[in-house]
Design a protein around this ligand. Structure first.
Ligand code: 4NP
Length: 152
């Protein structure tokens, strides 16, 4: 299974989603390919935002070695599941998809917890206090991903 987490900058939300899912998959002895990307290009090559690194560390997760990259159409071909953090990321990804097959891989990550409700993970970039809530949402979504997609 190859999973790509996508947000706007690839420094706040999707690096957390990548780190959380990687840990859950490793704990189960599986070797999925899990990565993250941003639709924007401002932060290419940068480590995650210090506030994301801090909330991850509080939960025993080290995401400091991740580096931001920008989503490209080839990623939509390579990965099996492309998980958008919010509706805007989702719309950008759907517009980038060149085939119906690629389009079908794109979902909102919170769909795993709240199917059909089109819920978004709020962008915490301008809100220092938003990171803990974002972590909780992503932790719950990744737990549900594992429940649904890891064979028992
Ligand atoms: P992210 O948050 O999409 O969760 O990584 C943001 C990071 C940077 C910016 C916006 C959102 N920015 O405008 O630089």
């Amino acid at each position: 299974m190859k999973v790509l987490m996508v947000c706007l900058g690839n420094i706040c939300r999707s690096p957390l989603a990548e780190g959380i899912l990687k840990k859950k998959i490793a704990e189960r002895g599986l070797s999925w390919e899990i990565a993250s990307a941003g639709t924007g290009n401002w932060h290419i090559g940068e480590p995650p935002d210090p506030r994301s690194q801090a909330v991850a560390a509080r939960h025993g997760l080290d995401i400091s070695r991740q580096r931001a990259m920008q989503i490209k159409p080839e990623h939509l071909k390579h990965y099996d599941l492309i998980l958008a953090m919010d509706q805007s990321n989702y719309n950008n990804l759907v517009n980038m998809a060149q085939t119906e097959e690629d389009r079908a891989k794109i979902r909102l990550i919170l769909d795993f917890c709240y199917p059909g409700e089109n819920r978004s993970v709020p962008d915490p970039y301008w809100d220092d206090n938003g990171f803990e809530q974002v972590y909780t949402m992503l932790e719950q979504a990744c737990e549900q991903i594992v429940e649904e997609l890891v064979p028992r």
